[in-house]
Every structure is written in C-alpha cells, then in structure tokens.
Design a binder for this molecule. Structure first.
Ligand SMILES: Nc1ncnc2c1ncn2[C@@H]1O[C@H](COP(=O)(O)OP(=O)(O)OP(=O)(O)O)[C@@H](O)[C@H]1O
Ligand SMILES: [Mg+2]
Length: 362
C-alpha cells in the first residue's frame, strides 16, 4: 500500500525497498483508527499529507488525516465510514416544564447510534466551527429544551446577536437582547450584575447552591460570534466584554448562569478560557490546528478530524466532542431546527404563562 502511494524509499545502490514501519494502531471510536508510523530516513510528514487522498483510497477509507507526533513519527487518522448520512429531526417540545431536564438536554446523535445529551444547568458550552458548519443548531436545540421553561419564567434568555441575523427570531422571547456594540456590552455586563444579585439572594436564603425556581431562574447567555465580541471587534466592545466575561465564566455556574458561545476562529486571544466551557463542540474546522484548540491536546490525533469534514451543506451539524471520562473524541451530529421548528419554539416560549394559568383555572 505504501508502495502504491509512493511512500517507500529504494536504496540507491542495493535496490532494497524500505517500507515505513507501523508502530501501533489504536481505535478510539467505531469509525476511526489511528495508525502510528515511523518515517523513513529522508521522508517528511508533508509527503504523507500530500499522499492522504491516495492513502484513503488504498485503505478504502472515507478520509485520512496526518498528524505529526514527534520527529520521525506521524499518526494517520483513518476515518473508516461516515456515520451520519441524514439530517436529524428534533424531537417535539414537551408541553410541560416538568418534563424537561436541563441536566440532560437532547442535542442530536452520536456515532455510536445513541442520543447525544449534555447538561445545561450550571454549565457553559462552546460551539466552534467554520462559517456554515451549523453552529447554531446546538444553540437552537438548547433553546427548544428551554422553551416551556422560558414560558413559565424558569429560564431567562440573554441574547447577544452581533450579526443581527440568525438569532433575531429570539427577540420577542428574550429577557434581554442586543445587536449593537453598546447594547452588547450592556447585556453582558447586566448579566454579570444579575449574577451578583443572585449571590445575595442565595446568601439570604441561606443556600449555597442554586435551585431552579421562579425566584431564581436559570439565566442563559447566548452569544453568537463570540470571537467578534471578545477578540476582533471594536475596541470599545471587546474592552467592555473582556472586563466581565471571565468573571461570568468562572463564577456564574454555581449561581444559575450558563453561557452558550458560538465561535468561528478558536484562537487563544479570542477565547482565553477554553477550559471553563464544560461542553466544547468542534464542528467543521478550516485548519487542523483549530481542532486541539477547541477540544484539547491530542484530540485530533485520537480521531477528531474536524478539519476533514467536507465543506458541503450535507455535512452541517457534524462535529466532535470529547467524552470526559475516557478523554476520547466522539463524532456527533446536532439535530437541525428549520425555520418552522424555530417558530414553534418561539411560540411555545412566548406563550404568556398568565394566559396558561387562566386557561388552566378556567
Ligand atoms: N444540524 C444540522 N443538520 C443539517 N444541516 C444543518 C444543521 N445545522 C445547519 N445546517 C445547514 O447549514 C446551514 C448553515 O448553518 P448555520 O447558519 O447554523 O451555520 P453557522 O455555523 O452559524 O455559520 P456562520 O458562522 O456563517 O453563522 C443552515 O442554513 C442549514 O441549511
Ligand atoms: Mg452562525
């Protein structure tokens, strides 16, 4: 196989063919294998990167990624199959807030054929991916789960929507909503002020931990284009946000505040506090280097080939998360909320609970 891909060397004098040696093979998921290879003298990882397509054909794989491990050793990440060939339809919104558990929010499916859930209460989520990768499908799924609780006053949504598109359907059901730089700073600083008030309320109640109630609802800060807000936006914007966002990320969890941030370029200056996000999703990435920046060290090598997800609409919503216990990446696909699903969520969330109470009483 290496011969067919021009990855062997031939001794000039003796004519002996040198074949690269496989050091070990690891499989961290049903769809990928990682093959560690010792390079031959004179070979460069770049040669293997250039041969990746040929290797994929030779290995009958969907695609092959190449990762430098240490001098002379590379890892071939072989993706055997694509587990997601269909769009995943979101489940119905429960009518009753009691039927929703924010400790287990349905987001889509995993490559193991199981449902993909994540806790939202007391957690922050980071969704990274190139333009068109489907970042907002994760946000919409969280909001669908929250819809009956928003209606009942148990969840308040603070929306930061710098692009002014995509999330603007949320305007009527947002507790606070911002598009312009000035408003964004105000909403994010206001979120922090809410958290500080919450601290006092919990102290008054003699409680150390937050419990979901009308008096102490879950405050959910949804930030689209987190990179613009914290990194490359106007100085007045980023300065105002940088003053409080680290505090929110480090302290809000225990107070009933959660953050969902969507991000295109996961560079360090843009998101210095990656580890404070307990759920990190890496959808299609434009560079191999982005994968570990989002998911953590060695995750691409262990199979998170997010940069190899094809840039086509059929792949939107596909990405990777890290299974915390085993520290291995898992391919996932978020369910897709189309416009009518979004309208439904806004309708459910916006139904005034007073009206519901009257209806129930009548
Ligand atoms: N989970 C999904 N499953 C299938 N298709 C999806 C999914 N999510 C999004 N799509 C499709 O991909 C398109 C782009 O999605 P979306 O606008 O959420 O991308 P984005 O990552 O927010 O991009 P941008 O950074 O440009 O805002 C959608 O219009 C939709 O057609
Ligand atoms: Mg978007």
């Amino acid at each position: 196989m290496t011969e067919a891909c021009n990855l062997v060397t031939v001794h000039r004098k003796t004519g002996v063919i040198n074949v690269p040696r496989i050091i070990r093979v690891r499989s961290h998921s049903p769809s990928t294998e990682t093959v560690y290879v010792r390079l031959l003298l004179g070979q460069t990882p770049k040669q293997w990167e250039e041969a990746a397509d040929a290797l994929a054909v030779a290995l009958k794989a969907e695609r092959v990624g190449v990762e430098r491990v240490r001098p002379q050793v590379i890892a071939l990440i072989v993706q055997r199959s694509e587990p997601f060939t269909q769009v995943i339809i979101p489940p119905d919104i429960p009518a009753d807030a009691d039927a929703v558990s924010l400790r287990q929010v349905y987001l889509g499916e995993t490559e193991h054929g199981t449902d993909w859930y994540a806790p939202l209460i007391g957690q922050h989520w980071l969704v990274a991916g190139a333009t068109g990768s489907g970042k907002n499908s994760v946000t919409w799924m969280a909001l669908r789960a929250c819809a009956p609780l928003i209606r009942d006053g148990l969840v308040r949504v603070h929306v930061v929507n710098p692009k002014g598109t995509e999330l603007n359907a949320l305007r009527p059901v947002s507790y606070r909503y911002a598009e312009t730089d000035g408003d964004i700073v105000e909403v994010i600083q206001g979120f922090w002020a809410t958290m500080q008030d919450r601290k006092k309320v919990l102290a008054e109640q003699g409680r150390r931990t937050f419990e979901l109630s009308r008096e102490t609802p879950l405050d959910l800060l949804v930030v689209d284009e987190l990179g613009a807000v914290t990194g490359y936006g106007d100085r007045s914007l980023t300065k105002g946000v940088q003053a409080v966002l680290p505090l929110i990320l480090s302290q809000a969890r225990a107070l009933g505040g959660s953050v969902i941030g969507a991000l295109q370029e996961p560079t360090k200056d843009v998101i210095p506090q990656r580890d404070l996000f307990s759920l990190r999703v890496c959808l299609r990435a434009t560079s191999a280097g982005h994968v570990d920046m989002v998911l953590g060290e060695d995750m691409r090598r262990r199979g998170a080939l997010a940069d190899e997800i094809p840039n086509v609409a059929e792949s939107a919503g596909i990405g990777f998360v890290v299974k915390q216990r085993s520290r291995t990446p898992m391919r996932v696909r978020a369910a897709y909320c189309d416009d009518s699903d979004i309208r439904e969520l806004v309708r459910v969330a916006g139904w005034p609970h007073t009206e519901l109470t009257t209806t129930a009483a009548g």
